[in-house]
Design a protein around this ligand. Structure first.
Ligand SMILES: O=C(O)c1ccccc1NCC(=O)[C@H](O)[C@H](O)COP(=O)(O)O
Length: 209
């Protein structure tokens, strides 16, 4: 299973989190986020990270120009679209970045919304489901209704996000079987400052699976 730790800002934490077992690191490229990192910070934080670790830039309602600029100036291997990006936008980004993993995030406000996911299957590689919050785009600590998600069977691999913590991750994974999980606030001391003890606890809990 893929394990993505999102909202990383520091090299030492990238290294430690990778050594603990993360398969993907997420970098927030949304200027309004308290976890925002510049291109320079991304490059520093990924400078000693092995090639097999996915390095995902998280964008929300950005432009194709801006996203391609960040990707071409950094070591990112993937782009996560966390805003209201349309199918048309994703098709354009796919053309601009044919060799970069595209992850379309859905901030789930209603279950009917998930019926739109098939529209994106031809233009992105992966889905991510996160909780909806009226004021915040991500990193909210809010959980989804895992029981309802038991019937979610997309044709693309998908990440479960939203309020996962070392204490609730096994409960979530006994109910649903995503291809990956994504955690941010559940393993941090303050926005952008990861708590390595919590990350270690997460991996020790996951080893019980
Ligand atoms: O984390 C942010 O600050 C953020 C800001 C704007 C768009 C997306 C953002 N985060 C996206 C993520 O991938 C988070 O990991 C995801 O929302 C889960 O967060 P959490 O509920 O804190 O585990």
């Amino acid at each position: 299973m893929r394990i993505k730790i999102c909202g990383i800002t520091q090299l030492q934490q990238s290294l430690a989190i990778t050594q603990l077992g993360a398969t993907a690191l997420g970098f927030i490229c949304v200027p309004s986020s308290p976890r925002y990192v510049s291109i320079e910070q991304i490059n520093l934080a990924t400078s000693h990270i092995p090639d097999h670790i996915d390095k995902i830039g998280v964008f929300a309602n950005s432009t194709i120009f801006e996203i391609t600029k960040v990707v071409s100036s950094s070591s990112l291997t993937g782009v996560q679209l966390h805003g209201d990006e349309t199918q048309l936008f994703c098709e354009g980004l796919r053309q601009a970045l044919p060799n970069i993993e595209l992850i379309k995030a859905f901030r789930v406000r209603s279950w009917e919304q998930l019926e739109t996911t098939p529209n994106f299957t031809g233009c992105v590689d992966t889905f991510l489901l996160d909780a909806y919050h009226p004021q915040q785009l991500g990193g909210t600590g809010k959980t989804l209704d895992w029981q309802v998600l038991q019937s979610f069977r997309p044709s693309l691999p998908w990440f479960l996000a939203g309020g996962l913590t070392p204490d609730n991750v096994l409960t979530a994974l006994t109910q649903i079987h995503p291809d990956g999980i994504d955690l941010s606030s559940g393993v941090e001391r303050s926005p952008g400052d990861k708590d390595l003890d919590k990350v270690a606890l997460l991996f020790s809990r996951l080893n019980q699976l």
